[in-house]
Design a protein around this ligand. Structure first.
Ligand SMILES: C[S@@+](CC[C@H](N)C(=O)[O-])C[C@H]1O[C@@H](n2cnc3c(N)ncnc32)[C@H](O)[C@@H]1O
Length: 226
């Protein structure tokens, strides 16, 4: 599905979100500011897609960033952007559910709008925990549940009616933009996701609502003694 829409993915992201998606990704970089400032740190961006978050992380500090995704056409677009920006940012083709890295490799790990697409959210979070060093931080950016019923109703109409229509027309793949609202509605809300991240083994799990809860940014830490 992502291979089919790769060519139009960035355009649609920015268009359908009114560019808010860029602000959300910058928020991830700000949240991980301390780690990104460390030139010895290595940060893994899982399900990096066309590389927007990987590049935002790279541009926000001194840390080394590695992007990984299992969809080659998305990675090809990321590679073009990385090369145009002159960034030194390795991109790896691989599965978020079986990351090709040994345990305790990274100071931080991120996943933006990727967790919802995995066949098991829990297995995805477990993999993030496994590859983090003790004390390492995870940042998960994902669509979530709007905080007020009014915003929730507006969001539902936009997401289930307008977005599949425009997304389908522009990308040429109606099913991909039908899948998007379906996958968001199935995904755990802020509280449920916090519980899941904690159950998997992260500590100090907190979240921040973005744009009234349309998206949420969850962060957690791998315990030092784990
Ligand atoms: C909605 S895009 C998000 C891309 C990017 N993180 C962003 O913020 O725009 C979801 C990405 O998850 C990737 N993905 C889905 N399942 C995956 C898996 N099991 N392993 C690796 N990547 C996966 C897709 O290929 C796609 O690039």
């Amino acid at each position: 599905m992502f291979a089919t829409i790769a060519g139009r993915y960035d355009l649609l992201n920015h268009l359908l979100s009114g560019n808010i998606d860029k602000r959300w990704r910058r928020m991830v970089a700000t949240t991980l500011g301390g780690t990104l400032a460390d030139r010895d740190a290595v940060v893994l961006d899982v399900a990096c897609g066309t590389g927007d978050l990987s590049l935002a992380l790279f541009e926000s500090g001194e840390a080394r960033i590695v992007g990984i995704d299992f969809c080659r056409p998305m990675l090809d677009i990321a590679a073009t952007k990385v090369s145009k920006s002159g960034s030194l940012l390795p991109l790896v083709e691989g599965d978020a559910l079986a990351l090709p890295f040994v345990d305790r490799s990274f100071e931080a790990a991120t996943i933006a709008f990727g967790l919802r697409n995995l066949t098991s959210v829990e297995a995805g979070v477990k993999e993030l925990l496994r590859v983090l060093k003790p004390g390492g931080r995870v940042a998960i950016l994902e669509f979530s549940k709007p905080r007020t019923p009014f915003l929730g109703s507006l969001f539902k109409i936009y997401f289930t009616r307008l977005l599949p229509l425009f997304g389908g027309l522009i990308s040429g793949s109606k099913s991909a933009y039908q899948y998007l609202p379906d996958s968001v509605l199935r995904f755990p809300d802020q509280i449920e996701l916090s519980k899941l991240i904690t159950q998997v083994g992260f500590e100090d799990v907190t979240f921040r609502n973005l744009t009234g809860g349309i998206a949420a940014l969850h962060v957690g830490t791998r315990p030092i003694d784990s």
